[in-house]
Design a binder for this molecule. Structure first.
Ligand code: PMT
Length: 395
């Protein structure tokens, strides 16, 4: 745990306690500025280990020096990460212990920014954060709300319990390290007239959970999503679209450059044949709207030569296995994840899901769990099948 100068350092004390309760071994490194806010003794008591504060201290270098400390960690979290420290990270400084640890590390690095909202929004900070993301650093937060300086906006450090959840996945399996994954998520909207559209109940929760799980597994992630209320995780590439046609274009323009495509979006199967540029008036008792079939994005991705490892979803209200296996064959997919719809616990807009996953010569059931957990399991499975397919092709 790296602690830098910020009032949110008091929350990191609680996070340290929670991590110990979860069974983690925690060692804390603090900057000079951090110690102005919370004393090293607090972290020593909560972590059960001496706190590291100096880069060149003869005594600590003889025991656990900065290189061994960097090697010891499975994961480094900087919380709070001040604007100044983020800039130092981006510049690759090693003039204090914490910066040197981050530079010498081989494990995943996550930062939980906390600062004044204007500092967070400043292009310098935003550029620094974007660069760190490119390097695979996980950016956790900040949250929106009232800040210690009295202003409102983005800049609050995430709460310890929320950080704990993120960390659970972050120590990361690394099963997709070096691979790229393109994910579609959410609904599409098919415009009828200037005020109306046809859409569906997809919230984007499943697709976003998959994007997060893929990031945590070390993948470079592209996300193409329809209109959703949720904030997506920070991906390497993120494209918001509206209609099925726009989603088709956005996915097909990119899919060949990715190793894996996962179609979790609920794409409209039909779209109005005509868009009325004026609001459709309430005149007749009945109104018929002719619809035409949309192009199938998933099937088109599977036909790219050579195709990415292509994973579809199937949302079914009956005969789950037959319909899912039918889509697996007809669309020439590598894998399909089927979820039941029509109940509160699975499928559209629920926080939980259960999947029956099928591939050519196998299947597995992922029983009811949070979409976060289901996404982790699905990503592990996809990684296994991807590597199995590639090893057969190369042998
Ligand atoms: O977003 P949430 O609220 O979390 O809900 C998650 C979900 C239920 C939307 C998700 O788990 C899911 O099942 N997504 C697929 C929904 C769907 O459209 O299923 P389908 O059986 O109609 O389509 C089969 C597959 O073809 C899907 O991968 C779909 O993305 C794809 N498809 C469909 C039509 C089309 N024109 N192009 C496509 O690529």
């Amino acid at each position: 745990m790296g602690v830098t100068g910020g009032i949110a350092a008091y929350k990191t004390a609680e996070l340290t306690r929670l991590l110990r309760v979860e069974g983690a071994e925690v060692r804390v490194a603090m900057t000079e500025a951090a110690m102005q806010f919370v004393g090293a003794l607090t972290f020593q008591a909560l972590s059960g280990n001496p706190v590291h504060t100096q880069l060149l201290d003869a005594q600590t270098e003889a025991g656990m020096g900065h290189i061994s400390l960097a090697r010891w960690a499975d994961l480094i979290l900087i919380a709070p990460a001040s604007a100044d420290f983020i800039a130092r990270l981006r510049a690759g400084f090693a003039s204090d212990l914490l910066s040197a640890l981050c530079l010498a590390r081989t494990c995943p690095l996550a930062i939980a920014p906390a600062m004044n909202q204007a500092m967070w929004k400043h292009p310098a900070t935003q550029e620094n954060v974007a660069r760190l993301t490119d390097w695979g650093v996980q950016i956790l937060g900040p949250a929106q709300g009232s800040l210690a300086c009295g202003e409102e906006g983005p800049g609050r450090m995430l709460e310890p319990s929320v950080l704990l959840q993120h960390l659970a996945g972050l120590s990361g399996s690394g099963v997709l390290t070096g691979l790229s994954v393109l994910i579609s998520a959410g609904p599409t909207r098919e415009p009828l007239d200037p005020v109306r559209y046809l859409s569906n109940r997809s919230s984007g929760k499943m697709g976003l959970a998959i994007a997060l799980a893929a990031l945590r597994a070390g993948a470079k992630v592209g996300l193409v999503h329809g209109p959703i209320a949720l904030k997506p995780p920070r991906c390497h590439e993120q494209i918001q679209v509206e209609s099925a046609q726009e989603m088709h274009r956005a996915v097909l323009e990119r899919a060949a450059a990715y190793d894996i495509y996962i179609g979790a979006a609920a794409v409209a199967d039909y779209t109005p044949m005509q868009y009325s540029s004026q609001k459709i008036k309430k005149t007749d008792d009945k109104l018929s709207i002719p619809l035409s079939k949309t192009a199938d994005i998933l099937a088109a991705v599977a036909q790219i030569a050579p195709p990415p490892f292509t994973v579809g979803f199937a949302a079914e209200s009956e005969d789950l296995e037959n319909y899912a296996r039918g889509k697996l064959q007809n669309k020439k997919l590598d894998m399909i994840a089927a979820n039941a719809i029509g109940n509160d616990n699975t499928g559209f807009n629920s926080d939980t899901n259960a999947l029956s996953v099928f591939w050519q010569d196998g299947s597995i059931v992922l029983p009811l769990a949070s979409k976060t957990r289901i996404a982790e399991q699905l990503i592990n499975l996809i990684a296994q099948r991807f590597h199995a397919k590639n090893s057969t092709q190369t042998s």
